[in-house]
Design a protein around this ligand. Structure first.
Ligand code: KIV
Length: 272
């Protein structure tokens, strides 16, 4: 059934703004594939981010840098097929928008056209202003991303909290205002002090979505594999783990192997 035939109201950028205006927190999780996206959408998540963290959690890379535009489009297409309600935003991957504003526009249009997603996310502030404006001018909703921006990990050198010093904090506030002025529909704030995130969220009118940015933002995002306990070795302070799926999967698979070895599976009932 298409959205036009169903009664489900899709989440839009307008609704996200209204949520901020009335003080309702926005829920956001990453998704990279059809089956997981279907479960998350069915549970009522507001925004699904096809994050370039797919490079880490799906492909096993150390950083987000290797994932390609084609690979992001593949993940995004699978997620879009699954959803009835959530707003789907897709990371424009490293190397596909930093070159020029026309490169950014081309990449964003490919994502929107080929995957059917509803918006894109780009990391950076004033330095990518031109690219953001160009993408927005084509009618593509853009979400910003400030603070710890993993595509710049080799510039930072570590994944520690960003903008603890005044100079970097001031630049972050200026960047947030720049993204708002450009017309971005929201900003992800990653791993910054909670007081700074609170200040930014007060000073800009568009929704801020935090990850490791404390409670005084307009919404929260986590990497779904981390919050479900599928990834085992990544346990930063900001992460709340809501399930231990790796333990559950391990238990189920151990049982399955045991049943095969003992001849218990398949039974008569499970045979034709
Ligand atoms: O790629 C990603 O998962 C992200 C989130 C950490 C916000 O950008």
């Amino acid at each position: 059934m298409s959205i036009h035939q169903s009664n489900i109201k899709r989440v839009t950028t307008h609704q996200l703004q209204e949520m901020k205006n009335r003080g309702e927190k926005i829920s956001m999780l990453t998704a990279y594939d059809y089956s997981m996206a279907r479960i998350l959408d069915g549970a009522g998540i507001d925004v699904l981010l096809v994050g370039d963290s797919a490079s880490n959690v799906m492909a096993g890379n150390e950083t987000t840098l290797p994932i390609t535009l084609d690979q992001m489009i593949y993940h995004a297409t699978s997620v879009v097929r699954a959803i009835n309600r959530a707003f789907v935003v897709v990371d424009v991957p490293f190397g596909s928008y930093q070159g020029s504003s026309s490169e950014a526009l081309k990449s964003a249009i490919r994502i929107m056209k080929e995957s059917g997603a509803h918006g894109v996310k780009m990391e950076g502030g004033a330095e990518i202003r031109k690219s953001i404006l160009r993408v927005l001018s084509a009618g593509v909703p853009v979400m910003g991303h400030l603070g710890l921006t993993p595509q710049s990990i080799y510039k930072f050198g570590t994944y520690t909290v960003r903008a603890k010093e005044e100079e970097e904090a001031e630049k972050l506030i200026e960047d947030a205002k720049c993204l708002e002025e450009c017309g971005c529909f929201g900003i992800v704030l990653e791993k910054i002090p909670r007081e700074l995130a609170k200040k930014v969220s007060k000073e800009v009118s568009i929704p801020t979505i935090g990850i490791g940015a404390g409670p005084d933002v307009d919404g929260q995002v986590l990497v779904v594999h981390d919050m479900l306990g599928i990834t085992q070795e990544f346990k930063p302070r900001f992460l709340r783990q809501y399930a231990d799926l790796s333990g559950i999967i391990n238990g189920a698979v151990t049982e399955y192997i045991k049943d095969i070895k003992s001849g218990d599976f398949p039974s008569d009932k499970e045979s034709y």
